[in-house]
Write a protein that binds this ligand. Structure first.
Ligand SMILES: Cc1cc2nc3c(=O)[nH]c(=O)nc-3n(C[C@H](O)[C@H](O)[C@H](O)COP(=O)(O)OP(=O)(O)OC[C@H]3O[C@@H](n4cnc5c(N)ncnc54)[C@H](O)[C@@H]3O)c2cc1C
Length: 506
């Protein structure tokens, strides 16, 4: 069997490498950084430990399926804790609402918080369950780039499929779908935020993405002991165990082609590695632009004119105190979601009154901070990088906006004085560290009332022998989705090589 190359050791690249190796392929993974896991990185300082990227882990079944490929059990390597309530929500009016996993418990909470909204919430979750189910059947676990890849109009068009298509509510947005069911603006704002998992505006994202809510309420929010960082560490160990050659500090400068198909990679230092096929875990737009070019890039660019998803500022604060009123995951919401999303996604400027997401992991794993302290993580979504954005200049004022917001709305007036260690990640840092598109955290924005959920397919239509995995490929961003994209890329590649071998020996 020819050797397969994987460019990038993010969660998508690691998942692809593990699945390919489990299916018997020799694999080399090239990662430009000196760590594996990409955005799922960590920072340790003076007894504090921080996950630097993802903190909310959902749909662990995807990771379990990757382990199953190798005949192993995820539960044997990861100590996963289920968190319920899933989020604590602080609103601008001073009120607090916990998001409960169980729909009946959530309805009871809503009855007390905002009478008259419990039925709307139940209806929203029921719709979300339907949309999640449709996604499982038509979008997930296979390479999809457009409608043709999901539904074969001639073969499958029956009444059940037609009813599924109608249920997608094509032409309506996430925000509109929520507000038709839930009247309380605060509850609607909380539900809007599921689509922040893919860095997109609820006013621009298609209704099908309401399915994200059910993925979380049905399958839970999980914390692996050791942090989300434990996930790439476990996958890297699995890859090594399966014989994957893991090359750190290996920066791929070009994908080479021969006879119109991907035939290898060339590293920045000039080394050439011949390969039978290539999986790129680098951002899909930048893969095509920077590693390939020519006709394949032109074809790709004609189909994919999507804007990048949002970026963000993260503050990692090692504190000498804990805030007992916080849960593990907290949202401190903006005063006005329409204004906030307009700034981030239309005006392209940081929101004047942003939503702050807070992770306080010492609630679940006290060892992340010295006794009595907290390793606080604060994420604020910002626009993707524009040419005039200079975050070395913008950061001090925006840091102040964040601290003022937390003092006013989350009871953290003394926060700044309790800091013992501090580090910041800006959109520019995200851009440089992970080589993404204009600092985007979540790949390509899912904007478009009809086709916003589609992403570049995992089996490249532009260059045979190239497969795409990661947040800027199908099915999109977030821990479970990028691991699924790695699985799909590996599965498609394996199927193609197996079919070629069968043709050759026939
Ligand atoms: C601050 C932040 C918070 C987040 N919060 C959450 C969350 O709570 N829950 C959640 O599910 N998701 C969250 N996410 C999103 C999630 O982290 C990502 O969707 C996911 O980790 C991306 O994985 P990926 O496989 O696309 O690759 P990445 O993590 O982007 O990794 C790609 C890798 O490829 C390498 N690379 C790129 N080009 C080359 C090249 N030419 N040669 C060699 N190597 C190359 C890069 O160095 C990098 O290591 C968050 C992300 C960030 C940044």
């Amino acid at each position: 069997m020819g050797r397969i190359g994987v460019i990038g050791g993010g969660l998508g690249g690691l998942a692809a490498a593990c699945v390919l190796a489990a299916r018997g392929h020799p694999v080399t993974l090239f990662e430009k950084n000196d760590w594996l896991g990409g955005k799922a990185a960590e920072w340790k300082q003076d007894g504090f430990r921080f996950d630097m990227g993802p903190t909310i882990m959902t749909v662990p079944g995807v990771l379990a399926r990757i382990y199953a490929e190798a005949g192993r059990r995820m539960e044997d390597v990861l100590d996963l804790r289920r968190l319920d309530p899933q989020w604590r929500c602080f609103f601008d009016d001073g009120s607090v609402l916990d998001l409960r996993e169980d729909v009946a418990a959530m309805r009871a909470g809503l009855d007390a918080y905002s009478p008259g909204n419990a039925d709307g919430y139940r209806d929203f979750i029921a719709l979300s369950a339907r949309l999640h189910d449709i996604s499982e059947r038509f979008f997930f676990w296979k390479s999809v780039e457009d409608l043709r890849d999901t539904i074969d109009m001639r073969k499958n068009m029956d009444l059940a499929t037609l009813s599924d298509i109608l249920a997608l509510r094509m032409g309506t947005t996430v925000a509109g779908t929520i507000r038709r069911r839930v009247r309380d603006t605060r509850v609607a704002q909380m539900l809007d935020h599921f689509v922040q998992y893919v860095g997109s505006s609820p006013y621009g994202a298609p209704a099908v993405l309401c399915g994200i809510a059910h993925m979380q309420t049905a399958e839970g929010v999980w914390y692996p002991i050791g942090g989300t960082r434990a996930v790439p560490e476990a996958l890297a160990a699995l890859a090594a165990d399966l014989g994957v050659e893991l090359r750190l500090g290996a920066d791929v400068a070009r994908i080479t082609t021969e006879g119109g198909r991907a035939s290898g990679v060339e590293l920045a230092d000039g080394e050439r590695v011949p390969l039978a096929a290539v999986v790129s875990n680098m951002d899909s737009v930048r893969t095509m632009r920077e590693l390939i070019g020519g006709a394949p890039q032109e074809g790709f660019a004609r189909r994919w004119k999507r804007e990048p998803a949002c970026s963000g500022v993260v503050l990692y604060l090692g504190l000498d105190r804990a805030y007992d009123h916080l849960l593990h995951h907290d949202f401190v919401f903006s005063r006005d979601p329409a204004e906030e999303f307009d700034y981030i996604y239309n005006k392209g400027e940081p929101a004047p009154d942003p939503t702050c997401y807070i992770a306080a992991p010492a609630r679940t794993e006290p060892g992340v901070a010295p006794p009595g302290g907290e390793a606080l993580y604060i994420l604020v979504h910002t626009p993707y990088l524009r040419p005039h954005h200079d975050w070395s200049r913008m950061l001090p004022a925006y840091r102040r906006v964040i601290f003022d917001k937390l003092a006013r709305c989350a009871g953290m007036a003394d926060l700044e004085s309790r800091i013992r260690v501090e580090r910041v990640l800006t959109p520019q840092d995200i851009h440089d560290r992970y080589r993404v598109l204009d600092g985007a955290i979540y790949g390509l924005a899912s904007h478009g009332r009809f086709f916003g959920a589609f992403k570049p397919g995992n089996r490249s239509r532009d260059l045979p022998g190239l497969y795409l995995a990661g947040g800027a490929a199908h099915p999109g961003a977030g821990m479970p989705m990028v691991m699924m994209s790695g699985w799909i890329a590996a599965d498609a590649l394996h199927a193609d090589l197996t079919a070629n071998d069968a043709r050759r020996s026939a």
